[in-house]
Write a protein that binds this ligand. Structure first.
Ligand code: NAI
Ligand code: 15L
Length: 285
């Protein structure tokens, strides 16, 4: 894609490994969270205006930014949030396993509100932060791809499965395109043996999000969010059309991760299942 607008010098330069059409107004939900804070300065290079939203407080708007505090379960607020927006990177919501009610409100009702508002405002592309926990009950000795049945590992994984189904429905019925990113573990470094397989660097996260925004035709596509790790449980071949090519790997961190976790008990569910610790959480009643 070409960028025919002059680049403002106060914007960071885009990552040279990725390309994306420039979006006039891009909405980033979950902007106060770990990944939101990381993507905030990076996504400014791909849009004229970056609208940032979260239920929590965010740093004040800088040039080229708009900051809107909103709860995803508030349909009217989410409707206003989508006004004037061309594309969305939807990170907002509960990001860990826990009791059902908060997950229901933020992740299920919230995602529904977002897609309804997108439909009403004619938004055509959403990048949805799904999770590896949609398939967390596959074993660590299985390599799976996104065409295999979902096996959510808890309330959180169920809510992300709902989000992916919602995305499929809104494409089939209304033509809104989504790339669902089944993110593994996106943190500064991989800190344990499981994360040697699931880790995605922040630079690769940017590459993935920008590829998902810029791929010309995606319908509803599902891709696992991981770096080019030597150990992997996920085959992204069916999503090669998105054009995501990770550049980083967990391998340089292997020795440190293995030293931190010298032994594993292969009968422990945490070491057995791809979802790791999430598979044993709960029940909450
Ligand atoms: P995070 O928990 O740091 O950020 C989530 C943000 O959503 C928070 O700032 C929170 O205030 C906001 N939020 C929560 N409930 C809300 C509500 N009802 N209304 C509006 N905003 C609300 O999570 P993180 O790590 O930044 O993850 C971002 C997204 O990526 C999440 O959707 C998470 O499920 C997903 N993800 C992240 C992974 C990772 O490794 N960091 C792995 C897999 C998925
Ligand atoms: C997720 O979905 C969570 O949002 C993140 O905090 C990590 O727990 C990650 O999965 C993981 O599986 O490591």
């Amino acid at each position: 894609m070409t960028d025919d607008k002059p680049r403002l010098s106060l914007y960071p330069m885009p990552n040279p490994a990725v390309s994306c059409p420039r979006v006039a107004r891009l909405l980033l939900t979950g902007a106060a969270g770990g990944l939101g804070k990381e993507l905030r300065p990076r996504l400014k290079a791909y849009c004229d205006v970056l609208r940032l939203s979260d239920i929590s407080a965010m740093a004040p708007a800088a040039a080229g930014e708009e900051v809107v505090v909103a709860a995803l379960q508030d349909a009217a607020a989410v409707h206003e949030l989508l006004r004037g927006v061309q594309a969305v990177v939807h990170l907002g919501g509960v990001s860990v396993e826990g009791p059902f009610e908060p997950i229901l409100q933020a992740n299920i009702v919230g995602a529904y509100n977002l897609y309804e508002a997108a439909r009403k405002h004619g938004v055509k592309r959403i990048v949805f932060a799904s999770s590896n926990h949609v398939t967390g009950f596959y074993r660590q000795d299985e390599v799976i791809d996104a065409r295999m049945p979902m096996r959510p590992d808890g309330h959180y994984g169920l809510s992300k499965a709902f989000g992916e189904n919602l995305a499929q429905f809104y494409f089939d019925r209304y033509g809104i395109e989504t790339v669902s990113l089944r993110i593994g573990s996106s943190f500064p470094v991989p800190v344990d043996r499981r994360m040697l397989a699931t880790w995605m660097s922040y630079d690769d996260l940017e590459r993935l999000v920008v590829a998902a925004l810029g791929a010309p035709v995606v319908g509803h596509s599902v891709i696992y969010g991981m770096s080019d790790n030597s150990t992997t449980w996920w085959d992204n071949t069916p999503a090669r059309h998105i054009g995501y090519r990770p550049q980083d790997s967990s391998e340089p961190f292997r020795a440190a991760a293995e030293a931190r976790q010298p032994t594993i008990d292969s009968t422990d569910p945490v070491a057995l299942y791809q979802g790791g610790g999430f598979v044993t959480k709960g029940p909450y009643g």
